[in-house]
Every structure is written in structure tokens, then in C-alpha cells.
Design a protein. Structure first.
Length: 274
């Protein structure tokens, strides 16, 4: 059976790529974007199978209105792909208050508003699949992405908690955790902090050099089949890493974390007090 898929941040990158993939296989898509003109080609190709909606996820009232319109239009929503977000590059010290707040406003609070708006629909249906695009940087960190890392750590905690609250209602959740991909996430969609503290020059240089290796960037089109598999699965994963950099990196991080936990086991238990 065809599904009704809601995708936020669908004007470019993963969002638009995935929207077209669902449309190609006969699903219906609610595609939200700040600029819906970027979706005109999909409207021309797929007609009334796509509903483009103008949406700024930072505006909670607008989010609830858009979800209501989407549900009224198609009658139900089977899958939410919460994809809107961007990257803020720069050291933590050099990040301004406004930059920090906007990063959290979009990546965390924007995701929260969409989740809060769609859960009443899923609860009434007693079904629904909430897919949140996070990052492998919600499980580990890289320098120069401190606020982005923090926003994704927060999103991970949010969705894991939601899963524990709604699983008995027939609602499923999945966190997708990609490594870097050759989209415009690190290009046109990114923002930069100031870079005027000389002490951080070596960190910036090392980060820039690592980005020159083309092997670290995943191929966006390669994510389509895995995403379709998740949506079609009767028992989708709670978390799924996208990309070999994410897989090998997180495997190494967790192996080291478990090792340290065991090394300090006695101290941890003693801290309980009884």
C-alpha cells in the first residue's frame, strides 16, 4: 500500500532527494520548505501526489497549522521524516549568543515542534513512524561543530524519550545518524562563526585538511534504498547509522567508552553509597 509521507526541509539535499524517491514509488508526499518554489519541478512531475507547504520549523504555530493542513488534505500521515536543520561551523568560544540560540532553535526546538504537532495525529491513528534525521555527531563530537553537536545530542535524547512514551500506542521511532554527505550541508546551507582567535588556528587547519579527503563524504543517492527499507520494515531500527565513517567511528567510540566504564566500575558502584 502507498503511504503518506511528511518531510520537513524538503527543498534540497536529503529532503528533496527522499521526497522524489517516495513519489517515484507511488507514495504521496507532504513536502515542507521555507521556499516552496524549489519544489515546483516535483509538482510538475507528480501533480496532486505532492503537497508543498511553506514552513519555517522555528515557528511553532506555523508548524501546527501545517500539520493540520497536511492531515486534512490527505486524511492521514503515516510517516514523518523530520529533516530540517543546518550546520554551524566554528569554535565554541567564538560562537555568538545569537548564533548559538538559532542553531538550537532550528535543530532542536524546530524538531520538537514538529514532533509535538504530529504525535496527536499518530495517537488518534494508533499508528505512525517518526523518523528523525540526527547525525553521528549526536553520539560523538568533532571540533568546530560544538553547537551542532550539542543540538544533535539533544535531539537524540528527545526522540529516545518519545519512543519510551509512545511505543504502546503503535507508534515507532527511528533516529537516522548520517556522517557527512556531499550535499550543501557543509556549503551553502552552513553558517560560520568568527575566526579571529589565533590559538585555534591549528584546530581549524586540521579540520580543513580532513575535509579535503573525498572518501569521507557519502554519496547522497546511496541513502535512498536504506531509507525506503526503514519505512517498509515492520520492525524498523531505533537507530541507524548512515555511512561507513559513521559506522567505524561510532564502533570505535563505543568500544572505548565501554572499556573506560569497566575500568572505573568499582568507583562508580562505590559512589552509590549502599
Amino acid at each position: 500500500m502507498s503511504k503518506i509521507i511528511l518531510i520537513t526541509g524538503a527543498s534540497k539535499g536529503f529532503g528533496k532527494l527522499w521526497a522524489e524517491a517516495f513519489l517515484k514509488q507511488g507514495d504521496k508526499v507532504i513536502a515542507t520548505a521555507r521556499d516552496t518554489s524549489a519544489l515546483n519541478d516535483l509538482v510538475t512531475a507528480y501533480g496532486d501526489h505532492i503537497l508543498p507547504l511553506k514552513l519555517d520549523v522555528n515557528n511553532r504555530e506555523e508548524v501546527f497549522a501545517a500539520i493540520g493542513q497536511a492531515r486534512q488534505h490527505f486524511g492521514r500521515i503515516d510517516v514523518l521524516i523530520n529533516n530540517a536543520g543546518y550546520g554551524l561551523f566554528g569554535t565554541t568560544e567564538e560562537t555568538t549568543e545569537a548564533q548559538a540560540r538559532l542553531q538550537m532553535e532550528t535543530n532542536f526546538f524546530g524538531s520538537l515542534w514538529v514532533v509535538q504537532a504530529v504525535l496527536p495525529v499518530f495517537r488518534q491513528q494508533k499508528s505512525g513512524h517518526l523518523i528523525q534525521v540526527s547525525s553521528f555527531l549526536g553520539l560523538t563530537t568533532l571540533p568546530l561543530l560544538g553547537l551542532y553537536n550539542a543540538s544533535k545530542f539533544a535531539v537524540e535524547g528527545l526522540i529516545e524519550t518519545v519512543d519510551s512514551e509512545v511505543a504502546h500506542l503503535g507508534i515507532k521511532t527511528t533516529l537516522i545518524e548520517p556522517n557527512g554527505y556531499a550535499t550543501d550541508w557543509a556549503g551553502a546551507s552552513a553558517t560560520q562563526t568568527n575566526a579571529d582567535i589565533e590559538d585555534y588556528a591549528p584546530v581549524r587547519a586540521a579540520f580543513a585538511k580532513s575535509g579535503e579527503n573525498p572518501d569521507i563524504w557519502g554519496v547522497p543517492a546511496a541513502t535512498v534504498a536504506p531509507l525506503l527499507q526503514i519505512v517498509q520494515s515492520a520492525n524498523p531500527p531505533k537507530r541507524l547509522l548512515f555511512g561507513k565513517i559513521a559506522y567505524h567511528g561510532i564502533q570505535q567510540v563505543y568500544t572505548q567508552r565501554l572499556k573506560e566504564i569497566e575500568e572505573w566500575k568499582e568507583v562508580s558502584i562505590a559512589a552509590h553509597g549502599h
